[in-house]
Design a binder for this molecule. Structure first.
Ligand SMILES: [Fe+2]
Ligand SMILES: [Fe+2]
Length: 246
């Protein structure tokens, strides 16, 4: 069995509030690292995209686990690359990890200066290449920031991922895609996309209200959390969510 810990929407902004929520979740994950295979972070690492925020994120995000990161609409590619990859530039935040029998692909869905998401054609081609060159039939998880489907959150649904039909077509060619993973909506959620599970990690920095939960944007009472994706010998994904109380 493989176990992938999945966190999202850290939004480092220099505040103790946000940093301590990330630290709590990392403590929870890191203290159980012996039973976990990898950690993924699906974007919005920081809040305004400044170099100082990335320094804080880099100095806080420590784990002995293999860690893959992609970025979201609050991120800045240049500053992310300078801080996390030590290579300033506009390279997209794509990364791949093949464990012994599981492939993890993180792909950049951010559009500089825009809140919505879109995976560039070149990045769809990168996914295709990764899928084509993997051992045939390798179960594969594909992760990005923006959900490619509406989630009944009125503002978030206006800034979802578009162009998602190209992503859906990958499933036709590569039925070994087990599930899609994302963040962005600051709400642990599960739905489907292209006939596969779409699992949304909770927001570490905050949770957003559903329309019937209250008039405020933020649901202040909700703790940070993590999604654990478990993939067994049957290649089925089972996702367990954990709130972390401090
Ligand atoms: Fe976010
Ligand atoms: Fe976002």
């Amino acid at each position: 069995m493989f176990v992938v810990a999945h966190i999202s929407d850290l939004h480092f902004n220099g505040s103790e509030h946000h940093r301590s929520r990330v630290e709590s979740v990392l403590r929870y994950i890191n203290s159980r690292a012996a039973g976990i295979d990898a950690l993924i972070v699906t974007g919005d690492l920081v809040d305004r995209g400044t170099a100082a925020e990335y320094d804080e994120a880099r100095d806080t995000l420590h784990s002995t686990l293999p860690t893959l990161i992609t970025i979201g609409n609050h991120d800045d590619r240049e500053h992310y690359n300078a801080s996390f990859r030590r290579e300033p530039g506009q390279a997209h935040a794509n990364s791949a990890l093949t464990l012994d029998g599981l492939q993890l692909l993180l792909v950049d869905s951010s559009i500089p200066g825009r809140p919505g998401g879109y995976i560039d054609d070149d990045d769809i081609d990168w996914l295709e290449d990764q899928l084509r060159t993997a051992e045939p039939g390798t179960p594969t998880l594909i992760a990005f920031h923006h959900p490619p489907v509406p989630v009944h959150m009125s503002y978030m649904d206006t800034i979802k991922q578009t162009g998602e039909e190209r992503l859906a077509r990958l499933v036709d060619r590569h039925p070994n895609i087990v599930a899609f993973l994302c963040g962005h909506i600051h709400s642990a959620a599960v739905t489907t996309f292209a006939g596969r599970p779409l699992c949304v990690a909770p927001g570490v920095s905050s949770t957003l209200n559903l329309p019937f939960e209250g008039p405020e944007v933020l649901n202040e009472g909700q703790p940070p959390g993590v999604a654990f994706h478990l993939i067994g010998d049957d290649n089925r994904i089972v996702t367990h969510f954990r709130a972390v109380m401090g």
